[in-house]
Design a binder for this molecule. Sequence first.
Ligand code: BGC
Length: 326
Amino acid sequence: MRVSDERMRKKEWTIFAVIIMLALSLYGVFLMLDMRAIHGQIEDEKIRESLGERPYIIMIGEVEDHAYWNLVRDGGKAYAEAHHMYLHYMGPENPNPNDQRDLLRQAIDIKPDGLIVQGISDTFIPLINEAIARGIPVVTVDSDQPDSNRLSYVGTDNYAMGQAMARDVLSHVETIKAGVITGSETNDHHQLRLAGIESVLNESAQADILSVAVSNIKRVNAREKTYQMLRDYPEINVLVGVSALDVIGMTEAMDVLGREDIYVVGFDTLKENLELLANGRVDTLVSQQPYEMGMRSMDVIRTILDGHDVPEMIHTESRLVRDVTQ
Ligand code: BGC
């Protein structure tokens, strides 16, 4: 009896000790997060102090480090340097709309002089509107939210370029069995490109879209999804890539399966994509101007800060490229 009593007590103490330890470690994590936030704020205040009169602009892209977004960032930074402004670029480590929205939330609380944000979905609208209501000018870049109160959009006409790609396929392939790899299921600009492609191909009696898969803008996913697609639908003779790294993954999967008979068209004239075009692995690329998007969006913010009106929509150049020397 006494022995079992003692055991019970021991057990209770162990449970108690575990609970205390858990509570302490949870508190530790909270403390760390809080410290990071405070540290971030202090860093931010330091930056602001050192800026003097220079406007402090925050740009939020789809990812922190990505071949496409680095160009947008660099264009913005070059503009900032030349025009006595400061640009802080931010993006999630991996593409993730929730993390991207969290960054926007944090950016609004910092109250910068201007915000440039990739408006990937309508879940961003309340935050964009809040920023505007708090007096922060907001410009969308690369992907727009026209129903928000943002002051301007700088980027490609995504729907029109989706249509242009599909017309390119129609004029080069007689009977089309297409597979599409898109960057995301939820990003509005990818959806617009896809809608543009479908609007043209679905109207044509010579074309069928057999499958659509998502790469989450990663080349490894594009490769795996294409591989599976070509296994499931060996009759596919056209591959369409909707985001920047899709054609790279698509051609890698084609190599594995020894498929050379596929017409490939895809977004973006990044270096590696241009090499694929030059080697005849890709037939057509859609060019965009990420560097210019960075510069122009900063220029729009500058114009707003100077008290002038800005156009609601600035479509940067985008065209079909079939020859690297063009
Ligand atoms: C899109 C960007 C995207 C990138 C990803 C581009 O085509 O415009 O929004 O982040 O592809 O690879």
